[in-house]
Structure formats: structure tokens, C-alpha cells
Write a protein that binds this ligand. Structure first.
Ligand SMILES: Nc1ncnc2c1ncn2[C@@H]1O[C@H](COP(=O)(O)OP(=O)(O)O)[C@@H](O)[C@H]1O
Ligand SMILES: N[C@@H](CCC(=O)OP(=O)(O)O)C(=O)O
Length: 384
């Protein structure tokens, strides 16, 4: 498959699905990572996950890890009591535990010469458009540089009202932000059953969910009390986000060693199929997004470049209309006023007015900081 093309993972037979994934997000919950008895990282297990990551990366799949565990690790170190913690105790535990968590990933990935990169997010980083662009560019850059981002919620500053709350949804937001084509939620359970198997022993595993129907939603119960926080309800919420973003999602058992290998060898799991590809989901999002706050008028050369799929550089822009901020939606028109497309501006209107007509190399001198080379990156642009 050529670069830039993505497999439509959601539509493939199960056996091929993982082999053709280009960008994979795996979510690891606290219950898998931290031994409930000792409160330590399950080291041998984590080493086997690192082995899995190294294997899929060797065949060209980029990997992002979304890992919980900071609170579970930190509470033991701080000798906090068992049971529900107060918010500030949780935040303190997360601050302590996150150090150990990052260290554990650095060690196990380092054995395969893989660099781990810690990324801590709050909902604003994926929900607010300006910050969303930042998070996306950072993830993209880390992956291009060959690192494995290890992501968690920034629990230390997250408040009760302003948090993802569970890493299932964080995983889905990260998958969307990174344009991933597959997300795997490793769990204590094999996948989605027709009912909670802990309550109903006759429940059956569902292999594939093409659509989140009311019947599917009705199958999810509440989480059992213990180390984790999610339950099946949040996994279905994650599925909704991922599927709409063009990302196939799997719930798969994670307790045993090499959980990814196990899946590839045909182990049980539930796949939620993607409704579209990540690219067209993103384009739909841009097309359907908020009313444009401004317009960029481009010269003929830039119009041709845009039609052939390139980014819009400042050099090709002749005028900036309206008032907009970085990350806002703007229209792109040619000199005659004909509409060429719509995209997300990488600069606010004032900065854009300063740099138009100039080479990208001059941006730093003109603005006093080194911003992006493009005024609209091709991934953020929909051409009619
Ligand atoms: N329909 C269902 N199918 C599977 N598991 C279900 C279902 N309804 C509720 N559950 C419960 O959800 C749990 C998985 O959620 P959770 O414990 O939060 O997972 P994890 O911590 O692994 O992310 C299962 O152990 C199960 O008890
Ligand atoms: N971000 C928190 C955990 C949040 C969470 O969803 O945990 P889990 O249900 O184990 O995936 C932490 O690292 O402790």
C-alpha cells in the first residue's frame, strides 16, 4: 500500500484487520497494568506488550499507547487507604504514579530500542480546536520520529467536572486526533457479550458490531467495583467516537501475555466496524464544522496546487478577509471569487495578513516565532 493511503480496516475480514493497520492505538487499563495485590506494575506482562508493539512496528504499523495506572501505582507509594479517594488524593496519587508509569514504559520499550514519549492530556486538548491541532501535530511528529507516545489523562490537574474520566473515551479521542485506523481496548473481558457474563452465564460473545443499535447499547451494564473505572458503557461510548472518526475499535482480552499476538492468532474479541475512513471522517468534520470566520484569496498557481492535493502556503495567498483565529474554519477562493474549498487556518487572521505573499522560510523573521510552513495543511483542507 502506498504512503498516504489507508486500509479500510473496519471493512476487512477479522484475520487481516490487524495486519493492515497503519496507525494503531492500544488502551491499557489499570487492572491489567497494576497487580491488585502488590500495587506494582505487572512487569512480565508489560514486557510482553512491548514485544507485541515491537513486532507490529517492524511491519510498519505506528503505535500509540493510552495507559491508565497512575492512580493505582501512586496510591500505594503514598500509602493511601483502600477505597474511594478524595479528588485531591487522587491527583496526588496520579502525580506520583505517573512517574513510575512512564519509567516502566521507557524500560520495557527501551529493550527493543523504542523511545517512549509521555503525553498527558486534558479534555480541552482534544475538544478545543486550537489545542486539538497542537495535540495532533505533536502526536504526528512523535510518530514520524519513531517514538511511541504513551498517553494518559493529566489527572493531577483534571477536576471532577473537567475530565475524560475514563481512559476508554480518552483512547477514542486520541485515536480520532491521531487519525488512527484501529483502536484496541484491552480489558479483563473477551469483548462485548449479549449481557454482562458476570451476571448472566448464558451470555454470548459478539464478534462484530457494524452499527451501535439500541439493542447493542442495552447489552452494556455498569462497571464492577474494583481498580478500573470504565465498564462496558464507556467502551460503547468510545466505540461511538471511534466508529464515527473512521477508526475500527476492538475490545479484546488483555490479561494473558502478548495480548496483541493472541488477537492476531484469532483469539476472541469484538470488532466495532468503522463507518468511514479517518480521512473522509475528518473532511466531513471540516465540511460540517462551524460557519467560516474568514476567507483566503489565492493566486492561480496556488489554486492549481490545491486542486492537485497540496497544502496552501502563505506565498500563494493574495488577500485575507475577516477575523479568525488559529484553528478556525476559513473559505478558500480564487481571484475571481470562485469557491475552491474550506479548511482550518494554521494562523489567525492578523498573522496571516503579515505572512501572505512570503516564502515559508521568512515566517520566523516576520512573526518573531517559527510557526507552521503552511497556512492550511492539506490534511485540514477540503477542496470542492
Ligand atoms: N455486555 C457486556 N459484555 C461484556 N462485559 C460487560 C457487559 N456488560 C457489563 N460488562 C462488564 O464490563 C466489564 C469490563 O469493564 P471494566 O471492568 O471497566 O474493564 P477494564 O477495566 O478492563 O477496562 C466486564 O468485566 C463486565 O463485568
Ligand atoms: N487516568 C487514570 C485512570 C482512568 C481509567 O479509566 O482507568 P481504567 O478504567 O483502568 O482504564 C489513571 O491513570 O489512574
Amino acid at each position: 500500500m502506498s504512503k498516504g493511503q489507508r486500509a479500510d480496516v473496519g471493512l476487512m475480514p477479522v484475520s487481516n484487520r490487524l495486519a493492515s493497520v497503519r496507525r494503531l492505538v492500544i488502551k491499557i487499563g489499570s487492572a491489567l497494568l497494576v497487580d491488585e495485590q502488590t500495587g506494582h506494575v505487572r512487569r512480565q506482562w508489560l514486557e510482553s506488550v512491548a514485544e507485541d508493539i515491537a513486532r507490529v512496528r517492524a511491519r510498519g504499523t505506528e503505535v500509540v499507547v493510552v495507559s491508565s495506572g497512575s492512580v493505582a501505582l501512586g496510591r500505594r507509594r503514598l500509602k493511601l487507604p483502600a477505597g474511594v479517594l478524595r479528588l485531591e488524593e487522587k491527583q496526588a496519587a496520579a502525580a506520583v504514579g505517573q512517574v513510575g508509569l512512564a519509567h516502566a514504559y521507557q524500560e520495557v520499550l527501551g529493550k527493543h530500542d523504542i523511545t517512549a514519549a509521555q503525553v498527558l492530556l486534558t479534555p480541552g486538548d482534544t475538544e478545543n480546536r486550537r489545542r486539538y491541532l497542537n495535540a495532533r501535530n505533536t502526536l504526528d511528529t512523535l510518530l514520524k520520529l519513531g517514538a511511541v507516545p504513551v498517553i494518559n489523562e493529566n489527572d493531577t490537574v483534571a477536576t471532577q467536572e473537567l475530565r475524560y474520566g475514563d481512559n476508554d473515551r480518552l483512547g477514542a479521542r486520541v485515536a480520532m486526533c491521531a487519525g488512527a485506523d484501529a483502536l484496541i481496548l484491552f480489558s479483563d473481558i473477551d469483548g462485548l457479550y449479549t449481557a454482562d457474563p458476570k451476571v448472566d452465564p448464558s451470555a454470548r460473545l459478539i464478534a462484530e458490531v457494524p452499527e451501535l443499535t439500541p439493542q447493542i447499547r442495552a447489552m452494556a451494564g455498569e462497571a464492577q467495583p474494583g481498580v478500573g473505572t470504565g465498564g462496558m458503557v464507556t467502551k460503547l461510548m468510545a466505540a461511538q467516537i471511534a466508529m464515527g472518526a473512521g477508526c475500527a475499535m476492538a475490545i479484546a482480552p488483555g490479561k494473558h501475555l502478548n495480548p496483541l499476538l493472541h488477537m492476531e492468532q484469532g483469539g476472541p474479541c469484538t470488532w466495532f466496524l468503522a463507518e468511514t475512513t479517518p480521512q473522509s471522517a475528518r473532511k466531513q468534520w471540516i465540511l460540517g464544522s462551524m460557519s467560516p470566520a474568514g476567507t483566503l484569496i489565492v493566486d492561480d498557481g496556488a489554486a492549481r496546487a490545491l486542486r492537485s492535493g497540496r497544502s496552501l502556503l502563505p506565498a500563494g495567498v493574495v488577500a485575507v478577509e475577516g477575523s479568525f483565529q488559529r484553528g478556525d474554519t476559513v473559505l478558500v477562493r480564487d481571484r475571481s471569487g470562485a469557491l475552491l474549498g474550506k479548511g482550518l487556518a494554521a494562523y489567525g487572521a492578523d498573522a496571516a495578513r503579515t505572512i501572505i505573499g512570503h516564502q515559508s522560510a521568512e515566517i520566523e523573521t516576520l512573526l518573531g516565532y517559527r510557526g507552521r510552513e503552511e497556512l492550511i495543511h492539506r490534511d485540514d483542507l477540503v477542496i470542492d
